[in-house]
Design a protein around this ligand. Sequence first.
Ligand code: DCP
Ligand code: MG
Length: 366
Amino acid sequence: MNDNRKIIHIDMDAFYASVEQRDNPALKGKPVVVGGSPESRGVVATCSYEARKFGIHSAMPSKIAYKRCPYAIFVRPRFDEYQRVSRKIREIFYRYTDLVEPLSLDEAYLDVTDNKKNIEYATTIAKMIKNDILRETNLTASAGVSYNKFLAKLASDYNKPSGLTVITPKDAQEFLDKLPINKFFGVGKVTSRILKNSGINNGYDLRQLSIHELEQIFKNRGYSFYQLARGIDFRPVEPYRERKSIGAETTLSHNLNIDDEEVTEILDGLCEEVAYRTKYSEKLGKTITLKIKYEDFTQITRSISVEHPICTQGDIRIHVYNLLKNVHSENRQIRLLGVTLSNLVDSKDEFTNITIFEYIDSIKKI
Ligand code: DCP
Ligand code: MG
């Protein structure tokens, strides 16, 4: 099968931190941490490249970031400004194509196979976009160019900050063979550990596994990993659609009983992911749904609707736990868990009673 598309992935460099450094010359060249303060229970949203040298990264408790670098300058996020920049970069993308799929405020896929300026090479467009962004926002972005989404995203990440990496069909296999296993789309910490324990450290090792073996490891995602290891990814770039719900689910690596401790650990992770994505979509939700699939493939969902919309991990978690308490599994083993937030409203319209700072600080609470 052929894939002749031209896909670009753009990702701003140290986004929130770069905006802060741009707007406050005293922060330039310094380790800057954007997020909760070290005295609070808040977390790091992101940090400047200077701070990354100390091992600070997104989602780390601010307290630990402070321990790693007491000289770091902690600043509170200014979401309004990040959203303004985000709108600007999207406006730039639309000059070249309407096939733009934003993934978050600072990141998007573009399909430029047929572009508005009839430019032949995607690499030329990527350079032009990077220049437009620098000129019009005073910020740098990294770009990845390839023939599908998976490779374009890997490419943009390859040479940050301000990078431009092209992965041609000819280079793709060599690139993937060397790629550490945790960089494969959908391989989290747990799967990565399992794979490394079995001697599967990179794309080459992954490519040696048969579809049958991959299905044993990744269940219904096995075939997709078979394809990714070979640089195949036909997912289209999907222009923005209004979201109706935000959900996360996971097929368990082994079946569990409802009162196993691992169930709550997994649900915590799912609540965190839903909270994170809800924040990015600038939404809040009024209906929380818990989904459980049993070993015999029967499935139940339990939902609750609340008057005041929510978005934080803590709030979602409380409701999910309440829903869980009322599930009677009658000794059936669980094979899949899911959490969804629906009945969404725009967070911009709902932030009247809660400051943005309280909001970001509350994300990791409980
Ligand atoms: N962000 C957040 N919480 C996280 C991860 C990210 O609030 N756990 C926010 C802050 C980032 C922005 O989203 O600035 C973009 O996320 P990226 O993953 O693209 O990270 P950066 O742009 O900060 O850095 P990089 O240069 O690695 O892309
Ligand atoms: Mg980024």
